[in-house]
Design a protein around this ligand. Sequence first.
Ligand SMILES: [Mn+2]
Length: 332
Amino acid sequence: MAKSHVAEKGDLAQPDIWTHQCADHDALGSMISLSAELVRQGLHPRLRIKKVAPGAILLAARLGVPIGEVAPLSSGIHFLLDTCASHLVEPGFLSTHPNTRVIIDHHRPDDADLSALHEIRNREAISTCEMLASLIPASSITSSTALGLLVGIEGDTERLDLATQETMHIYARLLKISGVSRREVHKYLSYSFMPEVVRQIHTDLKDLISDLFRDTTGQDWIISLCPTVLDPFIMAETLRKTGADISAAVKEESSGLFRVSIRVGFLRAHQRDVPASSIARRTSELCGMPRGKWGGGEIDKAGALIHSDFATIRTALFRASMETISAGKTAF
Ligand SMILES: [Mn+2]
């Protein structure tokens, strides 16, 4: 990242670095690596992280990432990493001026996108971490930032299952710099450090509902839905790891109010144009939610808050999934 690129913009001593509201592995890895690079350039970046995804808590601790409230907004540059969807960012980011924003993201553009002064996007990249691994000079990546990038890449590629050749090259280079083993990297991707969570996942999975939908091209889609008492983010990620093409977790937050977390496998979502955000919106609509409260998200991850009952949400979710698949591309 060229120094002159950022140094020409106003008060740059303290750029702010943001991500989506619940920082995951990819968000954390990209935030700390960008932060380290800005420090190297003589700046004093601040990470603005309000909440960390349950599976990324161990990584946040390892990287020493500050979580919670931070100082008032900087009047300098605001970097937004790993998202460009307006409904996924802290309201504080929305109040920053568009001409002080820089977006670095691997998600494809959407109607709900934010505008920015500079946008560095690569929708071919499966993670923001692999983008940063290429943007930051190799000589300034330390073992600690390399670890963050490795965990981020593994997190967004289903432990490299979805990795392209290019991703594999980047991964191998980072592994060398980090000096750690893949086993060490995997430690930060697992819930096993939270035994009570693992136990609850197994309990909740007993109520798993799965269906197979064959689309017009003859391709099968496994759609899985599971009620959970955990943060639905955890269960949606877990279902995704079981190989479901569309995964949804539903938690009753309070009587009649359900939080729904939806995942679509990144590659299939892209190739077939089946965005998780569309499924979230259509599910909300089918459950009778007013348009302003339809939820949303990104191509692979989305969520909604729905006033209804479980049976209605289940029916709506399966219908919304099938409709979104049918409306998607049939050639790939
Ligand atoms: Mn990502």
